[in-house]
Structures are given as structure tokens and as C-alpha cells.
Design a protein around this ligand. Structure first.
Ligand SMILES: *[C@@H]1O[C@H](CO)[C@@H](O)[C@H](O)[C@H]1NC(C)=O
Ligand SMILES: *[C@@H]1O[C@H](CO)[C@@H](O)[C@H](O)[C@H]1NC(C)=O
Ligand SMILES: *[C@@H]1O[C@H](CO)[C@@H](O)[C@H](O)[C@H]1NC(C)=O
Ligand SMILES: *[C@@H]1O[C@H](CO)[C@@H](O)[C@H](O)[C@H]1NC(C)=O
Ligand SMILES: *[C@@H]1O[C@H](CO)[C@@H](O)[C@H](O)[C@H]1NC(C)=O
Length: 671
């Protein structure tokens, strides 16, 4: 039997138990946590689905689509409107920054959104109900498209929406890093996984929204802190969940974890249990990797090309430089500069073939400065040092009738000498080759005097004796005013430094070589004088020193023999260049006779350059040619023979004028 009291106690106990149960049930509804949504009993519509790993996908890549997810039980807001929620999400799109349209956390009086519009309406509202007080919808939008109609601040923002899409508060997506003490921007639709915290204080009516990259702890500073009066919006019973929509770009919206609380802060998500978001989807990724691969391939290709080009370039412009050359650095030209100035030693820039190699014209593009480059083939390594030092010494030879050496450059097997540019080229061009221009007598005298002066300078006036060793018309260049400039001086020494004994050249040119060179082989100032004599004949007679001539078909024509014979016959003026319209007979005879004297078979019979200059300037009187001076055997071909003569000093007189006509000048008939 039960007493009334017992029954009452039991009833009371049962009631307490019942109420405890109810309370527990109710408390359960006030807080939940999902680390992944496996087994979750949700209201789901549209494109939304829960993957087997627990990942909630709100939309797939279909265009103009939408999806909704709601916690099945309604939330009770009659005692307090405060709530706190957080969720982890990611938005993947093919083109970062161009996804659409976003995810919204919503608290709504209804789970029915069949009349809602996707795209910019986020599948929450439509054109007619947007902004209506009767909607009873609160939303926090993660909006990836800027919509001017709703006053969106940009295409990447968080907004607080009450009953409509015109946000009452919004902020660009970024987070405050407590460690770095600065805001960092984030891209919602960049595939980056993030977490958002939404906290509402129903008493103070303050809504805080905070954002951070996933696995980052909640920042101390809020992204948004807005005053919102939700007393009219939140009814006693409301559903909480998410809405998401796509527009014209295919975008996938994902949520991996969610917690909710109406009693204090939402529980923290357990990041270790959250299902992973899919990697950013294929086309973009594939493209990205293809792009990277392409860049890498291109880079490697470019590097290879650059390497090959550099090697070729190095080889193309390679120079020989040795430590001892350091002191000559200021005399050195870079091969690259010379290469560019001569257009790569192009044939079109070829000025001629000098005694030692090809001569090219060079122009420095920036300054239009002209110069000549002589390319001398030279393989010998030994002796180079001495030779280069001589070249450099030659730079200090300065005379108005010498072609100025400017500097040098050295490559393997090649020496390049840089000279002043002589615009009118070499003299032989004007004397022998099919000449379009005939040098006048006064020009010739000037040239002869110039060359004599240059040789005197080399022989006597500089600090050491310099032998030219190859005086001839083709080594005499003409400047713009047709003044003679002797070139190629000192170059003969190059051969003296050759190490190969077989290559002991006899430097010089046949017809200009003094007979004693045949026996002694030793060049002297007198051998230069001999060559100068031949040069004088070239200028006066307009003929090469030896050639097969029309009027002595069976015999080599030797210019000096012919002039000597003519002198003996008293008709020396007949040897003058027939192309000369006019000449001064006295000067012509002086030049011809001086030539014969310089061509004396015995070196001691020849005048010095100083004397030659004096004769030419009529500062001294030319001695007679000795009567026993037999030139038949004189020339280099015929061997030398003994004979001596001495020269008077500059002041002596006693002259023979035997063959000079009474008329001082000659004008040829018919010209
Ligand atoms: C907008 O949605 C409401 C329901 O929320 C519906 O009654 C109305 O017909 C819809 N309007 C349009 C134009 O679809
Ligand atoms: C970070 O952003 C917040 C909100 O936009 C702003 O109030 C704050 O001044 C910013 N802080 C810094 C360090 O830039
Ligand atoms: C909102 O943020 C402010 C400022 O950080 C803070 O004082 C307040 O407690 C926050 N409210 C909620 C409900 O988190
Ligand atoms: C909030 O809104 C309700 C209804 O409009 C109003 O009665 C109440 O005074 C408001 N509270 C505040 C603090 O503004
Ligand atoms: C010599 O060179 C100058 C300057 O280049 C030019 O004006 C002149 O015509 C040239 N003379 C001859 C004969 O070519």
C-alpha cells in the first residue's frame, strides 16, 4: 500500500525527473558542435549535400544554383536573444576573385526558401520580399560579388543583413593578427579555408563578427562590431543554418564544421576532426601547374640559349690578355668595340690590303669618330710582349706625316692595330690604278717632301732610330688635304720576333730592297733611303718600280735602269709621268736625280734622310751623279757592285745643270 505522502513523493520525483529531462533536452538545443557533419540530421535542400567524409557542400559548380542547410530543431529566443556561433568554410572557384555568390549564415523563421532567388539574392530573398520587416530573417553574408543595388562595398566582404540584402554593417575580408599587430587581407573565393565567429549580445545589442584563416586562433579584434536591435527579427522559435548560391561563375561552397551556443561562447571547433576541403579544383590547378611547368621549361630554355649565346659571344669577342699587358691597358681597344665599329669586319668596310694584313674602316657609332683597323695575323706568342711594348712606344711617335697609331687589341693569332683614318686612301691608288684623279706636280712635291720629313723624323729626330723597312707608294696614305702620311712604320719588327727560324722574312718589297740586304740582310737607315729613292721615281714617273712593260717585251722593265739610262743620254725629263700636264722642270730633275742618288748601289753612296730633305727644300745643292755609277748592275736583281761616293754638307755648292732645260717649267704639247 502506498501512502498519500509516498505517492506525492513519487509523483514529485517523477515530475522532477520529467522536468530535468525536459530541461536537459532544451539545454541540448541551446548548444551544439559539429566537427564534420557525419550523421547530422539536417534539413537540406537544393544543391547541398553532405559528403561521406562529413564535409558539407552547399553548392556544386552548377550555375544559378542554390542550397540550404538547417539544424532541424528550431531555436528558442524568448528568454534571451544572445547567441554565438562559428563555422569553418571554403569557397573554391576556377578564377580566384571571380566566384559567386557566397555563403550566408541565417537565422530564419522558416526553412522554406523555394521562392528565393539565387545569385546576388543568396537564395534568401527575392525581388519582392527583399527588405520586408515580415521576413524575420537575420543573415551574415560572406559575399564574393559586389552588387551596387544593395550598396555592397566590394566583391569580397562580410555583411550583417536584417530582413534584406542591404547590409547594416559590412567590412572587406581581412583579419587582425595579434602577433603581427596588423590587418591581413584575404580572398573569400580563393579556395582558402577560413573560420568566422558571430557573437551577439542580446542585452547590449552588439553584433561582433570576426574572421581568420582556418587553424588560426580567434583574433582579439573583431572585423565588425555593429549595433543591431534584433528584438523584432528573432521570434521565439527560429531556425539556424546556411544558404548559398551560385551565379554566372561555377563556384563550390563548403562548410566543414559548425558550433552554436545560446549559453555563452560557441564551443571551439576541433580542427583535427574537421574533414579536409578539396584542393582547388582541377582546371585552375591544372592550368596553374601547366603554367608553372611552362615557365620552368621556358626558363631552362632561355638559360640554355643565354648560355650558348654567352659562349658564342665570349668566343666572338674573345681577346688575348696577359698579366704583363696591364700596363698597356690605356692603349688597348676592346675587340667588341672594334667589331661593332667595323660592322663585324665586313668586306664593305675593307679599305685595302696593307703590307701586313687587311685594313678596315671603323666608325664609333656614338661619336661618328672614324679610324682604321689593321688586322695582322700573328701566331707567335713569344716576342709578343716586346712587340706590344714597341707598338705602345710607336704610339708616342707623332709627326704630321705619319699615320698616328691609336692603340691595339690582341686576339688568338691576331693583332689589331688602330690608326687614324685617312680619308683619301693610299697614294698608289692615285699613281697607278685606274685613276680618276691625277695628282698635280705641286701635290706630288708636297707628298715627296712629307714622306722625306717623316723618314727623317723616324731616323734622326725621335729618341731612338726607327727603321721603316717598307717605304713605298702603297704605304703612303693621304689625308683629307692630300698631305702624305707614312704608314706601317715599325711593323716589320713583328717578323723579327717570330720564333720560327724558317720564317725569317726579308721584309720589304722587291724593287725597293737595297742590294746589300741580299748579302747582309741587315736593314739600316740606308736601306730605307734606297726604298725612298724608288718611291721618288714612282711619284715622278708614275710607274711601278719593275714590271713587264710594253716597250721591252722580252725583258723585265726596271724603272731605275731606265731613268739612269735616260739621265746618261741627257733626256732624264722624258721619264717624267706622261699624265702630268704641268711640272716644274727644275724640281722634276731634282726629284729624279735625288732618286738616283738614293738608289746608289752602295749604302755609303746614298744621302741621309736629313740631306735628302735639304736637297728637296733646296737648302743644299744636289751633287752630281757619279759618272761611273752604272745602274745596269745596280738593281737588287742584278746583284751589287762596289762604288763609293761622298756627299757634301748642306752649304756646299758646285752643281751640274747639264740636263735641265733653259725653261724652268715644262708644259706638254697637246694637253
Ligand atoms: C518572394 O517570396 C515570397 C515568399 O517569401 C513569395 O510569397 C513571393 O511570391 C515571392 N516573389 C516572387 C516574385 O517570386
Ligand atoms: C584593422 O581593421 C580595422 C577594421 O577595419 C580597423 O579599425 C583597424 O584600424 C585596422 N588596424 C590596423 C592596424 O590597420
Ligand atoms: C564584442 O566586442 C567587444 C569589443 O571587443 C567586446 O567588448 C564585447 O564583449 C563583444 N561582444 C560579444 C557578444 O562578443
Ligand atoms: C529594439 O526594438 C524594439 C522594437 O522596435 C524597441 O521596442 C526597443 O526599444 C528597441 N531597443 C533599443 C535599445 O533600441
Ligand atoms: C680627299 O678627301 C677629302 C675629304 O674626304 C675629299 O673632300 C676630297 O675630295 C678627296 N680628294 C680626292 C682627290 O679624292
Amino acid at each position: 500500500m502506498f501512502s498519500m505522502a509516498e505517492i506525492c513523493t513519487n509523483l514529485h520525483n517523477s515530475l522532477v525527473l520529467f522536468f530535468l529531462l525536459v530541461l536537459t533536452f532544451a539545454q541540448d538545443e541551446k548548444q551544439f558542435t559539429y566537427n564534420g557533419f557525419n550523421g547530422a540530421k539536417f534539413h537540406i535542400d537544393g544543391l547541398a549535400e553532405i559528403h561521406s567524409n562529413g564535409l558539407l557542400q552547399m553548392t556544386n559548380s552548377s550555375l544559378q544554383g542554390s542550397g540550404h542547410v538547417f539544424f532541424l530543431q528550431p531555436m528558442n529566443f524568448n528568454t534571451s536573444r544572445s547567441f554565438s556561433t562559428t563555422f569553418a568554410f571554403a569557397i573554391n572557384t576556377n578564377v580566384p576573385g571571380h566566384g559567386g555568390h557566397g555563403i550566408a549564415f541565417i537565422i530564419s523563421s522558416s526553412m522554406n526558401f523555394e521562392h528565393a532567388v539565387p545569385a546576388e539574392y543568396l537564395a534568401i530573398f527575392n525581388t519582392t520580399n527583399n527588405g520586408n520587416q515580415s521576413n524575420h530573417v537575420f543573415a551574415v553574408e560572406l559575399d564574393t560579388v559586389q552588387n551596387a543595388v544593395f550598396g555592397d562595398i566590394d566583391g569580397n566582404h562580410v555583411g550583417i543583413d536584417v530582413n534584406g540584402l542591404r547590409s547594416i554593417g559590412s567590412a572587406p575580408v581581412m583579419y587582425y593578427s595579434d602577433e603581427e599587430r596588423k590587418n591581413t587581407s584575404m580572398q573569400l573565393s580563393g579556395g582558402e579555408s577560413m573560420q568566422i565567429w558571430i557573437d551577439y549580445d542580446g542585452e547590449k545589442m552588439v553584433m561582433n563578427v570576426t574572421l581568420a584563416p582556418l587553424k588560426h586562433k580567434k583574433p582579439k579584434r573583431n572585423l565588425l562590431s555593429t549595433h543591431v536591435n534584433l528584438s523584432e527579427v528573432l521570434l521565439d522559435s527560429m531556425y539556424v543554418g546556411f544558404s548559398s548560391s551560385t551565379g554566372l561563375t561555377s563556384t563550390e561552397h563548403y562548410i566543414s564544421g559548425w558550433s552554436w551556443s545560446q549559453i555563452g561562447e560557441a564551443p571551439e571547433l576541433d580542427h583535427s576532426k574537421l574533414p579536409p576541403f578539396p584542393r582547388i579544383r582541377t582546371p585552375r590547378n591544372k592550368l596553374k601547374y601547366m603554367f608553372i611547368a611552362l615557365i620552368v621549361i621556358l626558363f631552362l630554355l632561355l638559360q640554355t640559349i643565354a648560355g650558348v649565346a654567352f659562349t658564342l659571344w665570349r668566343r666572338k669577342y674573345a681577346e688575348l690578355k696577359e698579366p704583363w699587358e696591364r700596363e698597356y691597358i690605356s692603349h688597348r681597344y676592346s675587340y667588341k668595340d672594334l667589331y661593332i665599329a667595323t660592322k663585324g669586319f665586313k668586306d664593305s668596310e675593307l679599305l685595302g690590303f696593307g703590307g701586313f694584313g687587311k685594313v678596315y674602316k671603323g666608325v664609333i657609332p656614338s661619336t661618328q669618330t672614324q679610324f682604321a683597323v689593321k688586322k695582322v695575323a700573328h701566331d707567335s706568342k713569344q716576342g709578343m710582349r716586346e712587340f706590344v711594348s714597341e707598338i705602345v712606344t710607336m704610339r708616342s711617335l707623332r709627326h704630321r706625316n705619319l699615320v698616328q697609331l691609336l692603340g691595339y687589341c690582341r686576339r688568338k693569332g691576331e693583332l689589331l692595330l688602330v690608326y687614324d683614318y685617312m680619308p683619301n686612301g693610299s697614294l698608289d691608288k692615285f699613281l697607278f690604278q685606274n685613276k680618276e684623279y691625277n695628282l698635280s706636280w705641286s701635290q706630288r712635291i708636297n707628298i715627296v717632301k712629307g714622306v722625306a720629313s717623316a723618314l727623317l723624323y723616324l731616323h734622326e729626330e725621335w729618341e731612338q732610330v726607327v727603321l721603316h723597312r717598307d717605304v713605298k707608294a702603297s704605304n703612303v696614305l693621304l689625308d683629307a688635304d692630300m698631305n702624305a702620311r707614312l704608314g706601317d712604320f715599325g711593323l716589320a719588327r713583328l717578323y723579327d720576333h717570330e720564333t720560327d727560324p724558317r720564317s725569317t722574312h726579308l721584309v720589304g718589297t722587291v724593287g725597293y730592297l737595297a742590294p746589300e740586304l741580299n748579302t747582309t740582310g741587315k736593314p739600316t737607315t740606308a736601306t730605307d733611303v734606297y726604298a725612298f729613292g724608288t718611291f721618288l721615281l714612282e711619284v715622278a714617273c708614275g710607274r711601278r718600280p719593275n714590271s713587264l712593260q710594253e716597250f721591252s717585251a722580252d725583258q723585265d722593265f726596271v724603272l731605275v735602269d731606265w731613268v739612269y739610262d735616260s739621265w746618261k743620254k741627257g733626256v732624264i725629263l722624258e721619264t717624267s709621268d706622261p699624265n702630268l700636264e704641268y711640272y716644274q722642270a727644275e724640281e722634276m730633275e731634282l726629284v729624279l736625280k735625288l732618286a738616283l742618288l738614293c738608289l746608289h748601289p752602295k749604302p755609303e753612296g746614298r744621302p741621309s734622310m736629313r740631306q735628302a730633305v735639304q736637297f728637296l727644300h733646296k737648302d743644299a745643292i744636289l751633287p752630281d751623279i757619279p759618272s761611273d755609277y752604272d745602274h745596269e748592275n745596280n738593281s737588287f736583281f742584278h746583284g751589287s757592285w762596289g762604288m763609293s761616293m761622298s756627299f757634301p754638307s748642306s752649304s756646299t755648292s758646285g752643281i751640274s745643270h747639264a740636263t735641265i732645260s733653259s725653261d724652268n717649267s715644262v708644259r706638254r704639247a697637246g694637253r
